[in-house]
Design a protein around this ligand. Structure first.
Ligand code: FES
Length: 95
């Protein structure tokens, strides 16, 4: 399993390359908005500012540079930004 760092709205948490960003953020204590969790609604979208993700097929509309966190697994360290500050009780990753 490849360990990576996920930076979300300036908070860094540890992550991996096999789970969706939404699942990993939740496990780290961050609570992004979501509804369907299957790529239909777009509620979980955010800007991908750095890094790359593998995104499964999705129906929801996203603007250029945006990804769906419920359908995207990071492939490298990533930096993402939601338009709002998600509730967080995150553990900061040791660097
Ligand atoms: S939660 Fe609906 S598209 Fe991600």
């Amino acid at each position: 399993m490849t360990r990576i760092t996920i930076e979300v709205n300036g908070i860094k948490v540890g992550g991996n390359t096999h789970q969706s960003l939404l699942e990993q953020l939740e496990q780290a204590g961050i609570q992004p908005e979501y509804q369907c969790r299957n790529g239909m609604c777009g509620a979980c979208r955010c800007q991908l500012q750095q890094g790359s993700v593998k995104q499964e097929d999705a129906m929801a509309f996203v603007r250029p540079g945006e990804i769906l966190t419920c359908q995207s697994a990071p492939q490298t360290d990533v930096s993402i930004e939601f338009e709002y500050q998600p509730a967080a009780k995150a553990k900061v990753v040791n660097e």
